[in-house]
Design a protein around this ligand. Structure first.
Ligand code: FAD
Ligand code: UDP
Length: 369
């Protein structure tokens, strides 16, 4: 064998694994089907603005080890994500907090907001939430559910809220303070010079082949290294033998505008069902870039078809059951390690991917010793 490890995918997971193994003298090769490294966190500099090519990426974590690790590759700015939602002709702060409650109901104190939410919840009479709709209503009541959650969620996932798992909405905080920070985490920010420089440092000096799909020459790649780290779709790896897993696709429409400031915020969500995009991001506001122009991206959720980029796993019971069968096969592999969002079919944020990759590296090192 020519290499110790073949790493399929140059996203955050694959790049951390390759970096750490190279550091201890293991010979690695990384293959990547896209024409650039970085996977979905890839940014490119245009008009002096780092453009998030695959949607807004805000780094956040409460895990000190993860934070210190990523800070070895970049400094972060002090960006705090505070998206604003537009529903019909009104704007609402997110996540759901005292500002939102004031805008929705005119409540001014936590006691007034609690009373309003309780009144709304009592009308709905939900004891044990079984799906996203029931979960959302039992957290914030039907008014907020109808205006800020239902339309956004149904276009985002292409499913009715009653068919979606409750955990998706639990990603968002509900607060009785006037705090518009979208995340509860201790650490948050955007890399000072984009995410691509982080990945470039991880892969510096390593052999990386772009425009190279594992499945186009599977036999060759399966015989090139002692072990394979696979961060692509696990169902594709196993030839869909237990059926296809479901993914959600996205389309991005990016425009450079001849003005300094288009919307005054990095992220504006459009929560009405009839508007086909979920959010518009204005990239310069992630980092206060100095530019006479601005670049904005509309994010359109889309049905995923084989061959499209798989952006989100759809972790409902049906898909999770199919995944369990693939996971069982994966657990018996001695030569293959599955990692990352697609390799483990998990809706993981960046911090969790770093955590998983570092754990995976530790396990691998124990085997080597
Ligand atoms: P990926 O980035 O998907 O990397 C996998 C790589 O493998 C890709 O480059 C792919 O091209 C390559 N590959 C796949 N199959 C093959 C093959 N057969 N042959 C060769 N190469 C292959 N996280 C946050 O923490 N904060 C955010 O604000 C945030 N926003 C997000 C917004 C969007 C729209 C999306 C989709 C995700 C967001 N995330 C966010 C999540 C974040 O993108 C992921 O946690 C992270 O990028 C996952 O890294 P990964 O290495 O697992 O996967
Ligand atoms: N969500 C919503 N309204 C919003 C923003 C989010 O209903 O204005 C819901 C939606 O179901 C979404 C989930 O909250 O899928 C999680 O949102 P998050 O911003 O974490 O999603 P991501 O950035 O991963 O797309």
């Amino acid at each position: 064998m020519k290499y110790d490890y073949l790493i399929v995918g140059s996203g955050l997971f694959g790049s951390i694994f390759a970096y750490e193994m190279n550091k201890i003298g293991k010979k690695c090769i990384v293959i990547e089907k896209r024409n650039h490294i970085g996977g979905n966190i890839y940014t490119s500099k245009e008009e002096n603005i780092n453009v998030h090519k695959y949607g807004a990426h805000i780094f956040h974590t409460s895990d000190k080890k993860v934070w210190e690790y990523i800070n070895e590759f970049t400094e972060f700015n002090n960006f705090i994500n505070s998206p604003v939602a537009i529903y019909e002709d009104k704007m609402y702060n997110l996540p759901f907090n005292m500002n939102t409650f004031y805008q929705m109901w005119g409540t001014k104190t936590p006691a007034e907001a609690i009373a309003k939410i309780e009144e709304q919840k009592a009308e709905a009479n939900i004891t044990e939430p079984k799906n996203l709709e029931e979960q959302a209503i039992s957290l914030v009541g039907p008014d907020i559910y109808t205006k800020l959650i239902k339309g956004y969620t149904e276009k985002q996932w292409g499913k009715d809220c009653t068919e979606l798992p409750a955990f998706i909405i639990k990603r968002l905080p509900v607060r009785l303070t006037f705090d518009n920070n979208y995340f509860n985490d201790r650490y948050q920010g955007i890399p000072l010079d984009g995410y691509t420089t982080v990945i470039e440092q991880m892969l510096d000096g390593l052999e990386v082949k772009l425009n190279t799909d594992f499945f186009e020459d599977r036999e060759k790649w399966e015989n090139i290294a002692d072990k394979i780290v696979f961060t692509g779709m696990i169902d594709q790896f196993y030839d869909y033998q237990f059926g296809r897993l479901e993914y959600r696709g996205l389309k991005f429409e990016t425009e450079t505008l001849d003005m300094e400031n288009y919307q005054g915020n990095a992220v504006i969500n459009y929560t009405e069902r009839k508007i086909p995009y979920t959010r518009i991001i204005e990239h310069k506001h992630f980092e206060g870039s100095d530019s006479p122009k601005t670049i904005v991206t509309k994010e359109y959720p889309a049905q995923w078809n084989p061959g499209d980029e798989a952006y989100y796993p759809v972790n409902n019971d049906e898909n999770n059951e199919i995944y369990t069968k693939y996971e069982e096969l994966a657990s018996q592999e001695e030569k293959i390690i599955f990692g990352g969002r697609l390799g483990t079919y998990k809706y993981y944020d960046m911090w969790k991917i770093i955590d998983e990759a570092l754990n995976c590296v530790e396990k691998e090192k124990e085997l080597i010793e």
